[in-house]
Ligand binder design. Structure first.
Ligand code: ADP
Ligand code: MG
Length: 228
């Protein structure tokens, strides 16, 4: 089965993670919204179906936090792709990584950045964490925890626990987030019969950081699956 192959391949890499595209294919298969995207080799022509603006992400076996090494560029046009790839290769090299390829995606509309994650807790199953992304999560540690499987009501309760929930509801004239779409996304991950329940024991951690929640969508734009 595919996931068994993903695990075997991940173990052969230094970082023991699924590739971002592999992770996103698993999310997509269980109905979680992910950006349209393709993996290409550097220098390979981009297929025609992706719409600008594009997001270009480095594929590298040793790279975990792509942005830290200049491995993410948003708002890129097709015409800029070659130049961006060249810059990315140099930047990654400065950090000791090799650019193995590019994940090119559609740029999803701006929204609130949420993080959703899960860690396998021995004897307990999966501990699920949600929080507001960016500064709120790092500085204020505004996160809420629960144990899978989570009902939609429990998911909503977790979101209500967040001090930053007011921001999601459109406080201070900001975008009003599609909270029901976010609840659905978390449920497809951590609800009864959700993705977490179907994962083999070898997968020990998942991070969707961020999920971008706009007024019409909740999209997982990054996916990290860690193999133990
Ligand atoms: P990292 O490995 O650094 O966490 P991400 O894939 O999370 O890389 O990308 C970094 C940031 O770029 C995200 O937090 C998000 O703000 C933005 N981003 C990534 N992918 C997309 C996308 N498809 N559409 C819009 N913004 C994106
Ligand atoms: Mg990320």
């Amino acid at each position: 089965e595919t996931i068994v192959e993903f695990i075997a391949q991940a173990r052969n890499r230094e970082s023991a993670m699924f590739t971002e595209a592999e992770g996103k294919s698993l999310l997509s298969a269980c109905g979680i919204d992910t950006p349209q995207g393709v993996e290409i080799a550097v220098g390979q022509e981009l297929p025609g179906h992706l719409r600008e603006p594009l997001v270009v992400k480095a594929i590298s076996a040793t790279l975990v936090h792509k942005s830290d090494a200049g491995g993410v560029r948003v708002g890129v046009t097709r015409a800029e792709l070659e130049e961006v790839a060249a810059q990315m290769r140099e930047s990654l090299a400065d950090f000791g990584h090799t650019l193995d390829g590019l994940l090119v995606e559609e740029m999803v509309p701006a929204g609130h950045e949420i993080i959703a994650g899960a860690v396998r807790a021995p004897g307990l199953g999966w501990t699920v964490m949600v929080g507001l992304g960016g500064v709120l999560v790092e500085v204020f540690e505004d996160v809420a925890f629960g144990l899978a499987p989570l009902s939609n009501e429990q998911i909503l309760d977790m979101l209500q626990e967040l001090r930053g929930m007011k921001v999601l509801n459109g406080a201070r004239g900001g975008v009003k987030a599609d909270v029901p779409a976010l609840v659905t996304l978390i449920s497809r991950l951590a609800g009864p019969g959700g993705l977490l329940a179907s994962l083999p024991d070898d997968v020990v951690e998942i991070d969707l950081n961020p999920v971008i929640v706009s007024d019409t969508r909740a999209v997982a734009v990054d996916a990290r699956f860690v193999v133990g």
